[in-house]
Design a protein around this ligand. Structure first.
Ligand code: ADP
Ligand code: ADP
Length: 208
């Protein structure tokens, strides 16, 4: 197996599924969103440049993203491949990626637009371990997160206005990638509007 791409709109469940699939494949999750948020927090040049796009729900320029990815996939844990989450998001990113890594599967998690706002606006993550929860659909257990050190975190861009912009960016700039990967025989879809566990089972079957 090479590297995997988890594809889908904001809030589709890419991060949720990446954490669950990681337990089976051992491939590390590479989330460009997480990398950008770390850069913003650290106040690096990349973070300063990326923040204004992220706050609006617009895509960060390709060259910024590709510089991050090139560096990340040279890390020792990436030698056997990685699971990309939220990357690539434009055709130029996918073209550049095809020169950098061997992609074996693009797994699209399909969720209708009308579900996205409720998914995003209820998202909570644990600041200690990165686990993803939802106020209604996947609540934090009463005794806290399994890491034992639950720290509630909500993203600044997880609000209704920004979500609508992110969804618009997805339809205009990212969804054309489906046809691009379909032509290359790499594209697989799963219905993402179901139980988290049922989706994981389908994704694992596709990877077998
Ligand atoms: P993405 O990484 O694609 O943006 P997340 O994995 O962060 O998406 O999920 C977005 C929100 O939706 C989170 O609050 C998560 O708990 C919730 N969620 C994920 N998968 C499902 C599902 N199958 N059904 C209901 N809620 C889900
Ligand atoms: P979600 O899956 O909920 O949309 P992400 O964490 O993947 O959120 O991304 C958050 C923001 O980071 C995006 O709205 C965008 O501004 C930026 N971003 C993340 N990945 C990319 C990428 N591959 N290309 C361009 N911008 C990106």
């Amino acid at each position: 197996m090479g590297s995997i791409v988890l594809f889908g709109p904001p809030g589709a469940g890419k991060g949720t599924q990446a954490q669950r699939i990681m337990e089976h494949t051992g491939l590390p999750q590479v989330s460009t969103g997480d990398m950008l948020r770390a850069a913003v927090k650290a106040g690096t040049q990349v973070g300063l440049e990326a923040k204004r796009y992220m706050d609006e729900g617009a895509l960060v320029p390709d060259e910024v993203i590709l510089a991050l990815i090139k560096q990340r996939i040279q890390e020792p844990d990436a030698v056997d491949g990685v699971m990309f989450d939220g990357f690539p998001r434009t055709v130029p990113q996918a073209e550049a990626l095809s020169e950098l890594a061997d992609i074996s599967h693009v797994l699209a998690i399909e969720v209708p637009d009308e579900r996205i706002v409720e998914r995003i606006c209820g998202r909570v993550t644990c600041g200690s371990c990165g686990s993803v929860f939802h106020d209604t659909f996947n609540p934090v257990p009463a005794n806290g997160c399994s890491c034992g050190n639950f720290e509630e975190k909500r993203r600044v861009d997880d609000n209704e206005d920004t979500v609508l912009n992110r969804l618009d960016a997805y339809h205009r700039q990212t969804s054309p990638l489906a046809a691009w990967y379909l032509e290359r025989g790499l594209f697989h879809r799963v219905d993402g509007d179901r139980d988290i566990a049922a989706i994981t089972a389908d994704l694992l079957t596709l990877l077998e």
